[in-house]
Design a protein around this ligand. Structure first.
Ligand SMILES: [Zn+2]
Length: 280
C-alpha cells in the first residue's frame, strides 16, 4: 500500500500552499498596474477640466463680442437721434441713454480684456498638460508591458503548479484525498500535520492517545486528531530537524515549536527564491 505514513498528503499540502501563494502573487499585480497608470490618469482628468474651462471662457468671450457689437450699434443709432431731437427734454433723455450705453460698452471692453488674458493663460495650461500627458502615457506603456509579462510568468508558474498537483493527487488514495479536501475546504486550514516527537498533534499540540500514535507511526489507517481534526502523519525519519531535536533533547513543548519554526523558515526561503527570479 502506498503513502502509508501520509507522506503524499503532506506533500499535497505543500503544493496547495504554494498554489495559494501563486494566486496571491497574481492578485498583487492589480495595485502595481494602478500605480503605473495613475500619473497619466490624473493628468488626463486635469487636462479634461482645463479644456472645459477654456471652452467656457471662449463662449463668454463670444458673448461679450456680440454684446459689444450690439452696444456700438445702439450708440450709433442714439447719436443719429441726438441730431434730430425736437426739444431739450428729448435731448436730455437721449443723452442719458447714450451715456448709459457707453458705460456698459466700457464695462464690456474691460471684461473682454481680462477674459482675453485668462483665455491666453488657459491655452498655455492646456498645451502644458497635453505635453505632460503625452509624456506620462509614453512612460506608462513600457512599464505596463513589463508588468503584463511578469504577471503572465506568474500565471504560467501557477498553471504548472496546478498541473503538478493534479497529477500528484491522482496518485493518492481517493478516500484519503476526499477527507483531505473536506478538511481543507476553500480556506487555508491545515489538513495534515505531523505527529511531534512527544506524541502531540503538530497542528494544535494536543496530546494524541498512545494507541493512535502507534497507528499513525505504522500508517495502516488514517488517523485524525481528536482535538482539531487534522489528518495525522508520521514524522519524516529522514528529516534533519527530527534528528537534531532528538540529539538536543529539549523539553517537549519547545521541541514541538522548534520543528514548526524550522518548517516555516523553509517556506520563507522558497518565497525569497521566487521573489529574486521575478526581479531579473
Ligand atoms: Zn490537533
Amino acid at each position: 500500500m502506498m503513502q502509508q505514513t501520509r507522506t503524499g498528503l503532506k506533500e499535497l499540502q505543500q503544493l496547495d500552499m504554494r498554489i495559494h501563494d501563486a494566486h496571491q502573487k497574481i492578485r498583487d499585480f492589480d495595485p502595481m498596474f494602478e500605480e503605473v497608470e495613475e500619473p497619466a490618469i490624473t493628468l488626463e482628468s486635469e487636462l479634461e477640466s482645463s479644456r472645459k474651462r477654456l471652452k467656457e471662457m471662449r463662449l463668454e468671450e463670444r458673448r461679450l463680442e456680440l454684446s459689444t457689437e450690439e452696444k456700438r450699434d445702439r450708440i450709433k443709432r442714439l447719436d443719429e437721434r441726438l441730431g434730430g431731437v425736437r426739444n431739450l427734454r428729448e435731448e436730455a433723455a437721449v443723452s442719458a441713454e447714450l451715456e448709459m450705453v457707453r458705460r456698459g460698452l466700457q464695462n464690456d471692453e474691460q471684461e473682454a480684456m481680462t477674459l482675453i488674458d485668462l483665455v491666453r493663460k488657459g491655452e498655455e495650461r492646456v498645451s502644458e498638460l497635453e505635453a505632460a500627458f503625452t509624456e506620462a502615457s509614453e512612460l506608462v506603456e513600457p512599464k505596463r508591458k513589463a508588468l503584463l509579462a511578469d504577471r503572465e510568468e506568474a500565471r504560467k508558474d501557477l498553471e504548472l503548479l496546478e498541473k503538478t498537483r493534479e497529477g500528484f493527487a491522482a496518485e493518492l488514495d481517493p478516500e484519503e484525498l476526499r477527507i483531505y479536501q473536506a478538511i481543507r475546504g476553500k480556506g487555508q486550514r491545515a489538513a495534515v500535520a505531523e505527529l511531534t516527537e512527544d506524541g502531540a498533534c503538530g497542528n494544535c499540540f494536543g496530546v494524541v492517545p498512545l494507541q493512535h500514535q502507534n497507528e499513525v507511526r505504522h500508517g495502516d489507517t488514517l488517523i485524525r486528531c481528536e482535538a482539531c481534526g487534522v489528518i495525522l502523519a508520521a514524522p519524516d525519519p529522514d528529516a534533519p530537524e527530527a534528528e537534531a531535536v532528538i540529539a538536543a533533547s529539549v523539553p517537549p513543548q519547545a521541541e514541538a515549536e522548534d520543528v514548526e519554526g524550522e518548517a516555516s523558515d523553509e517556506e520563507d526561503e522558497e518565497d525569497d527564491a521566487d521573489g529574486s527570479e521575478e526581479e531579473e
